[in-house]
Design a protein around this ligand. Structure first.
Ligand code: A2R
Length: 323
């Protein structure tokens, strides 16, 4: 089996590449990375292509001739999407078109997973939660809108070209390697820096009132592996645990994993222009299609995230820490 990952050097890409390398059924792994990327990806044949460059993407797909494609390349930060909506649309929407057109030419029979986001649902009334896949889409950020476009493009290629595209709407996921644009990872980094004496004992936070449905990234990757094999082409699946946690609770659990005395300070710059108060999903369709269940408890997820930041900070000595 030839497997291609776009965004292979990203947070999910690295976990997925590891899971695929460790799998009992051997596969040949290819990963599209941005030109000049110095990411170390053991067991993955690196193919350099900017996802915004149609010809480069076509070249990479022609070389990989994949049977399976996990499309993970994205501008993945909702916060960043407010700063540069056009770049978000170029990477997320145009980038997907480039991948799909390349697949039509070089690997039309491939099964493809296109990863969307729970942000596509926007602000859903609490009475309508947990959110199932039939909930109306009301994207509230440029990122969310780009993901809605991705989902419909994937559906159009499934309907219009008969391609085997399976779509997700993935809720919050985290774990070791998460970038600090995400609240829980920013908290973990700050705690690790405080422990290392690299910042004053004060943690800066944004909106702690929001409730999110968290899943460990390793469970998310296992859902993706199952969905690409057994998901119905054209169908969309929530990937979520079905359990809501207030961000305040995530912060408190992380603080409890540290011995350091730490103050909490709200930073107005970390409050997003539009924040969705609660997002808890219904994983019923995913469960039914694949038998998937999340296995990693939140406690381990947060401990691994914090330990990863401790390691990154220790390794960086006086150099800037890699996000
Ligand atoms: O920033 P880099 O060099 O690590 O590359 C990122 C890659 N990417 C691109 N690759 C090629 N050409 C581009 N123009 C381009 N722009 C971004 O996509 C990175 O390796 C990857 C995205 O990784 P993360 O930001 O870590 O996202 P994550 O959490 O792995 O998300 C995977 C999927 C995305 O569709 C998200 O929107 C969704 O899950 O939540």
């Amino acid at each position: 089996m030839r497997v291609l990952l776009t965004g292979a050097a990203g947070f999910v890409g690295r976990h997925l590449a590891k899971a695929l390398s460790d799998a009992t059924a051997p596969s040949t792994l290819f990963g599209i990375v941005r030109p000049g990327s110095r990411a170390d990806l053991p067991g993955v044949t690196r193919l350099e292509a900017d996802i915004e460059d149609a010809a480069a993407v076509a070249g990479a797909v022609a070389e990989a001739r994949p049977d399976r494609v996990f499309h993970l390349a994205a501008q993945s930060s909702p916060t960043e999407s407010w700063r540069d909506p056009a770049a978000t649309v170029r990477v997320n929407v145009l980038g997907l078109v480039h991948v799909l057109e390349a697949l039509r030419r070089h690997a039309e029979g491939a099964r493809v997973l296109v990863v969307g986001s729970a942000e596509e649902y926007g602000a859903v009334p609490e009475a309508r939660q947990p959110i199932d896949e039939d909930c109306p889409l009301r994207p509230a950020s440029p990122y969310a809108a780009s993901k809605v476009c991705q989902g419909y493009l994937a559906l159009q290629y499934a309907l219009g070209h008969g391609m085997a595209l399976v779509r997700t709407r993935t809720f919050n996921h985290t774990g070791p390697g998460r970038g600090e644009a995400f609240a829980e990872s920013s908290f973990a980094r700050q705690i690790a820096e405080i422990e290392a004496g690299r910042r004053p004992p004060r943690i800066r936070v944004g909106n702690l009132g929001a409730v999110r449905d968290f899943t460990d990234v390793r469970d998310v990757v296992s859902a993706y592996e199952r969905l690409i094999e057994t998901g119905t082409p054209g169908a969309v699946y929530n990937v979520c645990s079905g359990r809501g946690y207030r961000i305040q609770e995530i912060l408190e659990r992380l603080l409890a994993l540290s011995e350091a005395p730490i103050e909490v300070e709200v930073d107005p710059e970390r409050l997003r222009p539009v924040d969705v108060p609660r997002l808890v999903g219904d994983p019923g369709r995913l469960r039914q299609a694949t038998g998937w269940e999340p296995r990693v408890p939140l406690e381990r997820t947060l401990r691994d995230l914090l330990d990863d930041w401790r390691g990154r900070i220790a390794a960086s000595a006086t150099a800037p820490v890699r996000a």
